[in-house]
Design a protein around this ligand. Structure first.
Ligand SMILES: [Zn+2]
Length: 475
């Protein structure tokens, strides 16, 4: 065995709960977990490298089931505006100035931030995903469910008023679909990379292209990762395109898109019956609590989907609005928002929320045969969380494990001090082994100052809510 973490509070996530083993040990060899159990049962003579995991929780790496890390370079750029303005008038005028390499830089920052807080798998979603695979995920040795955005809305969005039905360009859709198929072939046998199909949303892709996406994804046995029923913008567009009674779920159903290959992100603009129908047909749901409370002012219906028996993961979505790529923060946020929404502290308890940020996210992305639990034969995607920090103290094992609650409610994310992906240390004792974190932070800082400055005229011309706030001297 290469390495073992011993004397640790092991959260295996095996079984229905957390699968806690007191004074546990996990060992791995050639990237795979080879032992999970009590420290006393491990044959330490066979282990080359022993790590004392005392005062630490050791658990599966976290899964960020939906994210656009490239936009991290625009952190703080678009929030606190009406939903209808968010994409085209708040983020758009700045995002228009992004160059391809800016998204790579932003992704490096977002992934570094995610790794720091224990994320080992990213459900990444962007145009030109291949560049992020090659420039970020592969060199950093990070697991990615990579989704190429398929979006047919014409490139010049200034021509589109808030009430106009988007003009679509099928050539754009065909190009992105072709890219996805090519990536699928190229990365079919590549470890740490899984290719998904990414029609961005029902209002941004024609039904003809969605048909082709479904056919191609079925043939290649790949999942379809899609924003579904996000809010007012999409609702108005869908009614404009498909008629008054149309809803996203109805149309997707007619197109035969709702089944266990669908990863439906957001889903908050759905009726009770539509939620039930999504669950019954096997679609998985992803909630992005920080992002969606910020963009839409609503609580993602995570609890509703769970109550219906659905499979649900969590995602950080984008940084310009809600701020961070930190799954501990997402777990805490969804727990608190849901308890508040229902005025019921018993909903979404930490033993359930912790699973959403890890194993359930792995199920959503179709990766639970490989990751999501500490189990012999699975990939060694493992993190340790230091419980000896002031905000995590005390941690006790008797009469119950109080650190389960502390992991959701008290953790900042920066207590994560070892991050291992497929047996390889990415962060060791709090430091990146290979990734040059400082260099990336400095590069993003330098570039973002210019980028925001270059967008000044476009941003001011947008007359968005934020511009008015700025003119009052508050921003
Ligand atoms: Zn998204």
């Amino acid at each position: 065995m290469d390495t073992a973490i011993i004397n640790t509070k092991l959260i295996t996530l095996q079984g229905h709960g957390l699968g806690i083993i007191d004074d546990g040990a996990v060992a791995f060899s050639h990237g795979k977990i080879s032992f999970v159990g009590k420290t006393s049962s491990l044959d330490k003579g066979e282990v080359e490298n022993i790590i004392d995991g005392r005062d630490h929780v050791t658990m599966p790496g976290l899964v960020n089931a939906h994210t656009h890390t490239g936009l991290t370079i625009l952190r703080g750029g678009a929030q606190d505006v009406p939903e209808i303005e968010w994409m085209n008038r708040a983020l758009g005028p700045i995002a228009r100035h992004l160059k391809e390499k800016d998204l790579v830089l932003g992704a490096k920052l977002g992934v570094i931030e995610g790794l720091r807080s224990g994320i080992t798998t990213f459900g990444e979603y962007t145009t030109n995903i291949e560049e992020l695979i090659r420039e970020v995920y592969q060199p950093f040795h990070v697991r990615v469910a990579a989704t190429e955005t398929i979006n047919e809305v014409i490139s010049d969005k200034t021509k589109i008023g808030p009430k106009d039905v988007y003009e679509l360009d099928p050539i754009k859709g065909n190009i992105s679909l072709g890219k996805t198929e090519k990536l699928h072939r190229e990365y079919a046998d590549t470890k740490l990379v899984e290719i998904l199909y990414g029609p961005q949303a029902l209002d941004m892709v024609s039904p003809e292209t969605l048909d082709k996406v479904k056919e191609s994804a079925s043939k290649l046995k790949a999942k379809i990762h899609m924003h579904v029923a996000q809010g007012e913008r999409e609702r108005l567009q869908v009614k404009g395109r498909y008629g008054k009674g149309a809803t996203t779920v109805k149309i997707l159903d007619e197109l035969g898109m709702i089944d266990d290959d669908l990863i439906a992100v957001h889903c908050h603009d759905t009726t009770e019956n539509e939620k039930r129908s999504l669950v019954e047909k096997g679609a998985c749901m992803v909630g992005c609590p920080s992002s969606i409370s910020m963009i839409d002012g609503i609580v993602p219906p995570v609890w509703e989907f769970l109550s219906l028996g659905g499979t649900v993961g969590l995602g950080t979505d984008q940084a310009p609005g809600p701020g961070t790529h930190n799954m501990f923060r997402e777990m805490r946020t969804i727990a608190l928002l849901t308890k508040t929404k229902y005025r019921d502290p018993t909903v979404l308890p930490p033993w359930q929320t912790l699973r959403l940020g890890s194993l359930e996210g792995a199920k959503v992305l179709g990766l639970d045969d490989t990751i999501g639990t500490l189990e012999e034969g699975k990939s060694a995607d493992v993190i340790t969380v230091n419980l000896s920090r002031p905000n995590m103290t005390p941690s006790v094992d008797f009469p119950f494990h109080n650190y389960v609650a502390n992991l959701v409610y008290s953790t900042t994310g920066f207590e994560v001090d070892n991050v291992i992906i497929e047996g390889k240390f990415i962060i060791r004792d709090g430091n990146f082994v290979q990734v040059d974190e400082r260099k990336v932070v400095e590069e993003v800082q330098d570039r973002a100052v210019t980028l925001f400055k270059d967008a000044t005229d476009d941003w001011e011309d947008s007359e968005s809510h934020l511009v008015n706030v700025f003119r009052k001297g508050l921003l």
